[in-house]
Design a protein around this ligand. Structure first.
Ligand code: MD3
Ligand code: FE
Length: 203
């Protein structure tokens, strides 16, 4: 099933279920080389969401700010290569949503334990904002907040479920969004976790 959340924003319910086992195994492999960590915001607070990356560049934050870095600051090594099943899924979903030829060079992996949240924000650290973003939800359900271009625009809420894929482009690319505090629960594939893959063309 597909649902248009806004102009340019498409929710593909369950689109990643078919590749769940490959995706979860690939996340484990990435995390062996680049462990999940709670990064610090420029304001000095540790994020409740644990993160790692794969691909040519990774999204990082520290006291100096937000940026894309070709090296993992924790290990000094390049981020792990983007697994083939990641790139295929992102390219596929983007094509379905009307963005043919999307080739992500960065994948941020967000790991939520119960109690973790991501406040309302915009994604604007990428060089070319005409490129869409593809996001994949796995594991525990989360409540997604989706606002407008301005911080004070009204916010809608949608549950994001295991296997859901979202594609954001065009007019919705700069919309505010966030994830409400994850509730307790257990998922057969991930245990007490939600995992989110966010694919971007960053460089
Ligand atoms: C709407 N992650 O990593 S994915 C992020 O589920 C992020 O972990 C959330 O926001 C998560 O930056 C939400 C959904 C999402 C991703 C990118 C967007 C929604 C978006 C970009 C523009 C508008
Ligand atoms: Fe975001």
């Amino acid at each position: 099933a597909r649902l248009a959340l806004a102009e340019g924003a498409l929710l593909l319910r369950g689109h990643a279920v078919a590749s769940q086992d490959r995706l979860l195994a690939a996340i484990e492999q990435v995390a062996l080389a680049a462990p999940f960590r709670n990064m610090v915001t420029p304001g000095g607070r540790a994020m409740s969401v644990a993160m790692t990356n794969c691909g040519c560049a990774g999204w990082v934050t520290d006291r100096r700010g937000y940026r894309y870095d070709p090296l993992d600051p924790e290990t000094g090594r390049p981020w792990p290569e983007m697994p083939g099943c990641f790139a295929d899924l992102a390219t596929d979903a983007a094509r379905d949503a009307g963005y043919p030829g999307f080739r992500p060079d960065a994948c941020l992996i967000n790991r939520y334990a119960p109690g973790a949240r991501m406040g309302l924000h915009q994604d604007r650290d990428e060089r070319d904002l005409a490129q869409p973003i593809v996001s994949v939800s796995l594991g525990l359900p989360a409540m997604f907040q989706f606002g407008g271009r301005r911080r004070n625009d009204p916010v809608a809420k949608y549950p994001l479920l295991h296997g859901d894929v979202l594609v954001w482009g065009g007019p919705s690319r700069l919309n505010h969004h966030g994830i409400l505090t994850l509730r307790d629960g257990v998922h057969p594939k991930t245990g007490a976790l939600r995992l989110n893959l966010t694919f971007r063309h960053a460089l």
